[in-house]
Ligand binder design. Sequence first.
Ligand SMILES: Cc1cc2nc3c(=O)[nH]c(=O)nc-3n(C[C@H](O)[C@H](O)[C@H](O)COP(=O)(O)OP(=O)(O)OC[C@H]3O[C@@H](n4cnc5c(N)ncnc54)[C@H](O)[C@@H]3O)c2cc1C
Ligand code: SF4
Ligand code: SF4
Length: 457
Amino acid sequence: MNLIKPLVLSKVVENELCVGCGACVQACPSKALSVNWNDYGFLVATSNDNSCDAGGACIEVCPFNPEPGPEYKNEDGLAAVFLGKAPIHHPAIGRHHAIYAGYSNKHRETSSSGGIATFVYEKLFEKGLINHVVTVGESESVDAHYQYKIVSSKDELPQISKTRYHPVTLASALETIKQLEGRVAISGIGCFIKAVRLAQDKDPVLKERIAFTVGIICGGLKSKFFTDYLASRAGATLSDFSQPEYRVKNPTSTAMNYSFSCTDNPSNTTKLIKMREVGDMWGSGLFKANACDFCDDVTTELADISLGDAWLPPYNQDGKGHNVIVSRSLIADQILQEGQASGELELESLAQERFLASQQGSFNHRHDGMGTRINMAKRAGALTPPKRAGKHKLPLYLKSVQVERRRTRAKSLEIWAKYKNSSEFDQHMKPELLKLRIITRLAHAIRKAKRLIGAKA
Ligand SMILES: Cc1cc2nc3c(=O)[nH]c(=O)nc-3n(C[C@H](O)[C@H](O)[C@H](O)COP(=O)(O)OP(=O)(O)OC[C@H]3O[C@@H](n4cnc5c(N)ncnc54)[C@H](O)[C@@H]3O)c2cc1C
Ligand code: SF4
Ligand code: SF4
């Protein structure tokens, strides 16, 4: 018998471009796909059986489709459909109404940044605009700490606030939404919101049911290994810990001075480690998904509202947390304006340049380095999705940073898969991280010197 392989497996998963969103699972009319854990701690699409009909419905909704047909819409095309009324367009920020920095007086303390995500859900419930929120909370399954959940009242919202740097999938949630009565709001990182928009563009039921999307500005998807590594560094029993918290704030310090904590189940104690002691987990690309190197949506451009951390002064001096906020639909902007007028929100307008500065590291890597990474992948024989960014040519000294980061990312996954222990991991990653640090410092020094003498960086 000739077995047919679903297109997302041969084109996306086998090129390490899958983020596990699950859009393909719900789009497949033959139920040929599921999302499962791979050997490197990521959720990815897998084949159920051999029932693939070869129709390709799966790849049409995939945010990383490397060979899209003429009908496929990129972020700009989808924004024209879903956010066409937004009056301002900026090539790096996307379509929007306004940009702010601020926080919710009620939800800030129990949230990761300023609590605006939880505030917005509460207001959507109160206004009767939604009946359910599909977002990430504690998992009931033994193989995951967190998963997408459906909450149907505003009283449940405190249980699902806070940032979870943990792989999750929308596969079953998208199916459930179609059976639910009423309308829903969904939270998601950029590629997940793109998957939701692609699915809505194909499926009128999803278009009608999903009334609002909260975009979580995202610097990269971490493998489950990231959580295990942090728990191990904090001193927890790796085989038996629970409730990982990635953003434990220090209200009397700066915003960057946050910690990771978890419960060590055998001793029933809380283990905590300051992220500053762990080292650079984001710029180095440790435990990051390969697909993230081919993502140019830094600001979650397709959501009704995009929320991130206000990593810029004076907000970063306040450990209680501030959001940066981009309102992209009229209802999102109304909720913010009403919250400010009632005193429930503290908001300030933020200039475009200031907002861009809050995500500068992400733009530098994801936009400026894109062309170099696409060329590297192509030379290795891998498929990559078409990108808006990538035209920027890097000088050799900055290219070498990209090469080293890609190597560090891949090696971190291999080393953890082999040793599963933070001491061994640190020992084996030390030479790689040292090399990356030296190359990066050298590149920055050359760039600075070139700027000083007025040469093109
Ligand atoms: C993987 C990841 C990477 C991030 N990278 C950046 C970055 O580079 N720059 C930046 O400025 N901000 C980043 N953030 C966003 C930031 O950490 C906060 O989540 C955001 O500012 C919202 O804060 P809040 O206080 O308004 O949210 P809260 O009020 O605490 O609510 C958070 C909401 O997000 C939901 N949520 C939690 N984890 C996830 C998830 N993995 N996927 C979808 N929804 C989730 C929760 O269920 C909750 O509804 C990232 C978040 C994630 C999950
Ligand atoms: S749609 Fe999502 S889960 Fe399916 S292959 Fe693409 S990225 Fe992976
Ligand atoms: S960086 Fe892009 S691809 Fe990676 S998880 Fe974030 S939104 Fe998705």
